[in-house]
Design a protein around this ligand. Structure first.
Ligand code: AMP
Length: 273
């Protein structure tokens, strides 16, 4: 595996590659969720690029980016063992300059849910993904369904800006007790780890209601919120796959999304119905 830090060097290196390129962008602190993205990319492409970049522009001013978990050597080993061809590890100064051009998230879908409490978040995400795509020029790029809004906005960007890359969604990997894997789970104390189980169970509760033919979004949201008490809930939403609010679950075209705060940690999860 080759490790490249400089964007220009990576561009030159990849220009020589005749093969199809699969790309997995990450912020590091890799876990099995990330590995599942790499494995899917390996099945569908001849050459795999993984990036590790803790993108400063997607963090709000009050969020401490320097505290984001990182373990460079461990991440390198995981990539090597997963059969990654190039690990791209840029410095922020090589990605961003002064007085920058940036991508703007759509006015509605970029500023609800995650974007409601973190209004600059998706501008930062879309801008860095655009930069990374322009550096790597992948045929296919892999994103987790766990970050459903991020996935949707990237799909929108690619479609609306007529970009030449296929966005491939990947199912959420979970711990054996149901908690969605996340780099942020390391922040949880033992008690918080137990409390966080309510997130996936609240989604199971929604599934249970739907299996009893309760499709009313208001009822489902109410019961989930009640179940999630006393956790601080950022949102519980029932949306269609285009991220529009719906009154009633429609199987095949519905997402139920939840985000809560456990201690100081934001944890999100969702189900695709
Ligand atoms: P992150 O490093 O958290 O920015 O995540 C990098 C990519 O991995 C994103 O596309 C995430 O949606 C995806 N991802 C994170 N956690 C999981 C998980 N538990 N299962 C599948 N994909 C995940």
């Amino acid at each position: 595996m080759k490790i490249i830090k400089n964007p220009k060097e990576l561009k030159i290196y990849l220009k020589k590659m005749p093969q199809s390129i699969g790309f997995v962008p990450t912020m590091g602190a890799l876990h099995e969720g990330h590995i599942s993205l790499i494995q899917k990319a390996k099945k569908e492409n001849e050459f795999i690029v993984v990036s590790i970049f803790v993108n400063p522009t997607q963090f709000a001013k009050n969020e401490d980016l320097s505290k984001y978990p990182n373990d460079t050597l461990r991440d390198e080993k995981i990539c090597e063992m997963s059969g990654v061809d190039v690990l791209f590890y840029p410095d922020a100064k090589d990605i961003y300059g002064e007085d920058e051009v940036s991508v703007l998230a759509p006015n509605v879908r970029g500023f609800v849910l995650e974007g409601y409490t973190r209004p600059s978040h998706f501008n930062g995400v879309l801008t860095v993904v655009m930069k990374l795509f322009n550096i790597v020029k992948p045929d296919r790029a892999y994103f987790g369904k766990k970050d459903a809004q991020q996935l949707h906005l990237i799909q929108l960007m690619v479609k609306q800006l007529f970009m030449d890359v296929s966005i491939i969604p990947v199912d959420t990997m979970r711990e054996s007790d149901g908690l969605a894997m996340s780099s942020r789970n390391v922040y949880l104390s033992k008690i918080q780890r137990e409390q966080s189980l309510k997130i996936s169970s609240s989604l199971n509760l929604a599934r249970g209601l739907i299996s009893k033919n309760i499709y009313d979004a208001k009822k489902i949201k109410q019961q989930m919120r009640q179940y999630l008490e006393p956790l601080e809930v950022y949102y519980v939403e029932v949306l269609d796959r285009e991220f529009h609010t719906i009154d009633s679950v429609e199987i095949g075209n519905t997402l139920i999304l939840v985000e809560v705060k456990v201690g100081d940690t934001r944890l999100l999860d969702n189900i695709w119905l």
